[in-house]
Design a protein. Structure first.
Length: 389
């Protein structure tokens, strides 16, 4: 495969990631508009975010198992078709409960799409460039937080939140076309089947890596979920500067993704362990300095950079999953959304108990410390297995 052909494949896969990321995050800024449309409260409208996240958690392993005998190209085409149709249908949902159901259905392909895309990208490059290929696919998701989400939220506010879903559905349809044109035809891996995929969950290293992802990423969501409140209530920043903070977070995610994927190709386990230590330091710094607007902005950028562990963890799952790579790779995004829910829940808990918004940083540090503990257990188990080999 030539460099141009590889680039076009990666762009096609990243386009799908951009659509998924935009659809997942842009709705967060449009909840009040959704609430008004369906005559519900804004907290009730938040159920649609939970429904999507539940779809991701449920869909990733189920679709990976159901599609075990399908070729990766065909599976990606089906997944992105379902995503496109789900978002287009969401744009014309007649009532709140049908809209909530459609958001659940739209979330089902999310994890499997990213997992299979990562496997495809990694299979097309030499072994020493796998993490960078995975990072390039995930760049679609991180660029969505920087560009797609604010642009779509802006269109949604000035026109209608339904316009955003039409646009996301259109991006999904474009991705189907690009994959159809540029991704080479392939066959299902020899011997592929449900039982071979399920074997992945019998490997302790797979379970440890997924646990690490569910906790290690939780701190980022603990902070980000309540960043608007931290900025206005703790740092006394005007509401008008919140979009700037969101942009800084998005820039941090993109920097982390690019740098982290390069570091992972040099030292996979070193990158994971090093980023967990980095997480603890940065999130503690966030908690200690949140009252300063300048330090808050710096900390938010650095918290975004913690996404650097993403390509490394995804690649690690490929290494330890043996013959169940599709299920393990897809389950990474189930773990990511568990981290989302866990971080937001624990962050809300400390705020509700009167510890303040800045304490979300300490929650993140504790979660990262637990992730570091799991990483240590994984490393110990790996070294023990090598000594007995």
């Amino acid at each position: 495969m030539t460099v141009l052909e590889l680039t076009l494949v990666i762009l096609a896969l990243a386009c799908g990631g951009f659509g998924i990321g935009t659809g997942e995050f842009a709705i967060m800024g449009l909840l009040p508009d959704v609430a008004r449309s369906f005559a519900v409260t804004t907290p009730q409208a938040g159920y649609v975010i939970s429904a999507y996240a539940l779809g991701v958690v449920v869909g990733a392993p189920l679709i990976a198992i159901a599609g075990a005998r399908a070729s990766r190209r065909n599976l990606l085409l089906v997944l992105m078709t379902v995503f496109a149709l789900g978002n287009l249908a969401s744009a014309v949902a007649p009532d709140f409960w049908s809209f909530t159901l459609l958001r659940f259905l739209s979330g089902l392909p999310h994890g499997a799409y990213f997992g299979v895309s990562a496997l495809v990208a990694a299979s097309l490059v030499p072994a020493h460039r796998r993490a960078r290929a995975v990072g390039h696919v995930m760049l679609g998701l991180t660029v969505a937080t920087l560009a797609g989400t604010p642009v779509m939220a802006l269109f949604g506010q000035f026109l209608s939140w339904r316009v955003m879903f039409f646009a996301v559905g259109g991006i999904g349809a474009l991705t189907v076309l690009l994959i159809w044109i540029y991704l080479p035809r392939d066959r299902a891996p020899e011997g592929a089947g449900v039982m071979r995929e399920l074997v992945a969950f019998t490997h302790p290293q797979v379970l440890l890596t997924l646990t690490l992802a569910a906790t290690g990423f939780g701190g980022m969501f603990s902070i980000f979920s309540y960043i608007a409140g931290t900025a206005t209530e703790v740092a006394s920043m005007p509401v008008s500067l919140i979009p700037l903070i969101m942009i800084l977070f998005g820039i941090g995610m993109n920097v982390g993704n690019v740098v982290g994927s390069k570091l992972a190709d040099m030292s996979l386990m070193g990158t994971i362990g090093g980023m967990l230590v980095f997480n603890i330091a940065i999130m503690t710094l966030f908690g200690l300095t949140a009252e300063s607007p300048v330090m808050l902005c710096i900390s938010v950028f650095l918290v975004g950079c913690t996404f650097a562990a993403g390509p490394a963890v995804q690649t690690r799952l490929m290494d330890v999953a043996s013959d169940g790579q599709t299920l393990a790779a897809a389950s990474m995004h189930s773990a990511f959304n568990i981290a989302n829910a866990l971080g937001a829940w624990l962050g809300g808990l400390v705020i509700a108990h009167g510890y303040g918004y800045a304490a979300t940083g300490y929650v993140g540090a504790i979660l990262s410390f637990f992730g570091l503990f799991v990483f240590g257990a994984s490393l110990h188990l790996e070294r023990k297995a090598r000594s007995h080999a």
